[in-house]
Design a protein around this ligand. Structure first.
Ligand code: SF4
Ligand code: SF4
Ligand code: SF4
Length: 805
């Protein structure tokens, strides 16, 4: 510090120094002032700070690798053949390289979320200033992930700036470790991946808190409005303005312009992917009288190409993430101008941000330019709706035709030679050739069936030697179906409020609410979208709390039950047993981990600030929660899932998830791995093999259903809780697999753990098949269980938390 007072600086230097000092001093002050609790051991952890926790996790949950490729081509020494776990020229082996590849995906996902957050935060600070207060609804812990990781309790936009500085520093350090000749051990790439996953939830939380606070999104609203969803809900007779991506900032200007200019009823504003979800949250915090969502949701990423090919959009606006790279050429074929609004996606278009609005409109309507890069959101707000109005007329006059006519459809179908090239190229091997055969005979039902399963990737078209526009054939054949694709989604409600946690926390920890099932992630489903509805319905009927976000939140709203209601209409949007909660877009996933942190904080009075390891330990041992990313495709899904892993929440991915290259799976039969400490006296205690994994994949939903119930079993369940969880586990196994699970007895500590309706029958099995001793008069288990039932036990993996005897 003495250098600061005695050195000489130019004014420019001084200003720089001052900014830096302000940030540091500001951050420390905030921690001191706002913290009404002690700081935990790891505020702002560095790459190695939580390594011991990771290694504790990996000790039980071993990384299992499924290499996608046995080569490495990172540097000019390579490409190196690493098959058979050989070493590359730099000495890295296949296992470590795969761990590095996994970690890189996690980091890319984390960077996408925090980059999104940074972009939003700069924009909102520009509009409202650094002192703008954060408000996410009734809570004392505005940002549980931020607080647990960094120790900062943010109150203003400016506080989040400090948080993102930390996130970005960590991401830089992690990315540096990917360079050739850095880390060499798989296990430490894994620990770094965990760090990236945890950081991701901080970045996501910042992103959503910014938009909830500044854009009038619902604030922990237990009854947010319903929005329309589906390709069928878009009115093709109106000018169509379609937005794709994740960053809603520019769209808010579009919505405002449309409202100010009386265009809201004249233009169909629809969105795809998370931007769509966030559009329906805009100005929905109850402050405005009008609580009708201001846009329609078309659907998930899988609908992008289909929507463009339908020819319905008159203008497409894109922002960032999960946008098809071929939007511009596909749109160009149908005279649809494309506006890019974010420097992450610019498609080679000219930057027109500083040009005159009328000039831009003239160039786009005349077709002189296929689109424009517009980084000025006010201009986007004005140009996009005006352009939609103009292009609608122009495209009508030009008679732009999208999907084939009936006759053209017949010609296309007739061209098929059934070579099966398309099916081999299709990621889900959909039976296109068979559908072509049936279509030749005038039966299009197989194409209708394919329509729901097809993720609209277009790979089949590239493979077809006859140049058949297969996607168009599927879509044209399914027109009737598509017109009826209309569902409902609850607008994303943001965080779970403190009162809700206070009410439900005890039930979750005792197990009487059987668990939280968080259905998140993308739309790369193995077998169509209906799986989502089926999973959610089953678990809701069983009184699990089902929390959803992103594409999963959208897709499960597309189906109705036997009463003609979507699950959103049927089940309350409250965080309680049997509630269905859409937290929001994919950045809102942070509210799911936040809810788990809040259970520990509010129900168990755990310290939050800088206390990540203890919170994760609590969650692993006590909070019955499981994530499902049935259609996970993106790097972001990898980082979200890995953030859950570090926090002790197991996650199940659909079968495509194996392409991420690694799972975290424990061996239930390794007895010594299932011991923890009892924090009361530091003694060792046995726990059930639950959860059995932290990240795994499943082939079918039949296989997954019982796993969901099993994954919510926790060591600290009381007898009633264990009985409820075991009932669901056994029933789901019998319902979906037709058999009793082969390990149910491992979760029985005493007779009151047994499902009530089957107690007699199960006691008999325990006696006859497992040799347990039963007192039949009192219907009591006398011997057999390896674990004791002790509700006041305090299971922990952390020796330091134990009172030594
Ligand atoms: S990083 Fe190592 S393994 Fe990869 S190409 Fe270079 S030398 Fe080969
Ligand atoms: S567009 Fe559909 S049918 Fe074609 S390859 Fe992709 S998923 Fe398969
Ligand atoms: S690749 Fe083309 S020609 Fe071959 S089966 Fe598929 S649609 Fe028919």
């Amino acid at each position: 510090m003495s250098e600061l007072t005695t050195g000489s600086f130019s004014i420019g230097d001084l200003e720089n120094v001052q900014i830096t000092i302000n940030n540091i001093v500001g951050a420390i002050d905030k921690q001191m002032e706002k913290s009404d609790e002690e700081m935990g051991p790891t505020p702002k952890p560095g790459v190695s700070s939580l390594r011991d926790w990771d290694h504790t996790i990996f000790e039980r949950y071993n990384p299992i690798y499924t290499p996608m490729c046995d080569q490495c081509c990172y540097c000019t020494f390579g490409p190196c053949d690493l098959s058979g776990n050989k070493e590359g020229a730099c000495g890295i082996n296949l296992e470590a390289h795969n761990a590095r590849e996994f970690m890189l995906r996690v980091m890319t996902g984390a960077a996408a979320h925090s980059g999104h957050g940074r972009h939003l935060l700069h924009h909102m600070i520009d509009l409202y200033g650094k002192d703008y207060p954060l408000d996410v609804g009734p809570t004392n812990i505005i940002a549980p992930n931020v607080q647990a990781v960094t120790g900062i309790k943010p109150e203003t936009l400016g506080d989040l700036d400090i948080v993102l500085n930390y996130v970005e520093e960590q991401l830089t350090q992690l990315l540096a470790a990917v360079h050739a000749g850095q880390e060499g051990a798989a296990i430490d790439f894994e620990s770094k991946a965990m760090h990236g996953g945890m950081i991701d939830h901080v970045g996501m939380e910042v992103s959503d808190i910014v938009q909830i606070s500044c854009l009038g999104f619902p604030k922990s609203d237990a009854n947010p409005p319903l929005a329309d969803i589906g390709m069928g809900c878009i009115d093709p007779s109106k000018p169509n303005l379609i937005v794709i991506g994740h960053n809603v900032a520019a769209v808010t200007d579009i919505i405002d312009y449309m409202e100010d200019n009386d265009l809201s009823d004249k233009i169909e504003l629809g969105g795809l992917c998370c931007t769509a979800l966030d559009m329906t949250r805009y100005k929905m915090d109850g402050s405005a009288e009008d609580q009708v969502p201001k846009a329609k949701i078309i659907g998930s990423l899988a609908k992008e190409l289909k929507m463009i090919r339908s020819g319905a959009p008159d203008v497409i606006v894109v922002d960032e993430q999960c946008i098809r790279a071929d939007v511009l050429p596909e749109a160009q074929k149908l005279m649809i101008p494309v506006i890019t609004t974010n420097d992450k996606v610019m498609y080679g278009l000219k930057d027109r941000s500083n040009d005159d609005v009328e000039d831009i409109l003239a160039d786009l309507t005349s077709g002189k330019e296929p689109g424009a890069l517009l980084l000025d959101f006010e201009k986007v707000g004005e140009i996009a709706p005006r352009l939609a109005m103009m292009m609608s007329e122009i495209r009508k006059q030009k008679g732009i035709k999208a999907l084939p006519t009936e006759e053209e459809l017949k010609d296309q179908v007739d061209k098929c030679v059934h070579c099966l090239a398309c099916e081999i190229a299709c990621p889900d091997n959909l039976p296109i050739s068979e559908a072509m055969k049936l279509a030749k005979e005038g039966d299009f039902t197989k194409f209708e069936w394919i329509h729901d399963k097809c993720i609209g990737c277009g790979r089949c078209e590239f493979a077809c030697p006859k140049d058949i526009d297969i996607v168009n054939v599927i879509e044209k054949s399914s027109q009737k179906l598509i017109r009826n694709e209309i569902g409902k989604v609850r607008a994303g409600r943001g965080p779970i409020s403190d009162p809700e946690i206070r009410e439900e926390g005890v039930n979750l920890v005792l197990g009487t609410t059987p668990g939280i099932v968080a259905m998140v992630g993308c739309s790369n489903y193995p077998d169509g979208t209906k799986d989502l509805f089926d999973i959610a319905k089953e678990m809701l009927q069983r009184n699990y709390i089902v929390v959803v976000s992103g594409c999963s939140a959208m897709d499960l709203g597309m189906y109705k039950d036997e009463d003609g209601l979507t699950l959103y209409e049927k089940y309350p949007a409250k965080f309680k047993s049997g509630g269905l909660i859409n937290v929001g877009s994919c950045v809102s996933n942070a509210h799911i981990t936040a809810a788990v942190i809040k259970v520990a904080a509010i129900f168990a009075q755990k310290q939050v600030s800088g206390n990540y390891e203890e919170l994760a330990d609590y969650s692993l041992n006590r909070v019955g929660a499981v994530g499902v990313a049935w259609g996970a495709y993106s790097q972001k899904a990898a980082s979200i899932g890995t953030g859950c892993s570090r926090l002790g929440i197991p996650v199940i991915l659909g079968p495509h998830g194996s392409k991420y290259r690694r799972a975290l799976i424990a061996k239930p039969y390794e007895d010594q791995k299932w011991n923890v400490y009892d924090a009361r006296d530091g003694s060792e205690m046995k726990i059930p093999a639950a959860p059995e994994f932290l990240l795994t994949t499943c082939e079918t939903i039949e296989e997954m259903m019982p796993m969901l119930a099993k994954s919510c079993i926790r060591p600290s369940d009381n007898n009633m809780g264990r009985m409820i969880k075991l009932t669901h586990y056994i029933e789901l196994s019998q319902k979906y697999l037709g058999v009793m699970p082969d390990d149910w007895q491992n979760y029985v500590r005493m007779e009151t753990d047994l499902p009530l309706a089957k107690r007699q029958e199960l006691l008999k099995i325990l006696e006859e098949e497992h040799g347990w001793e039963i007192d039949w008069k009192r219907k009591k288990i006398l011997s057999g269980p390896v674990m004791k039932s002790d509700v006041s036990a305090q299971p922990t993996n952390l020796k330091r938390l134990c009172k030594e005897a």
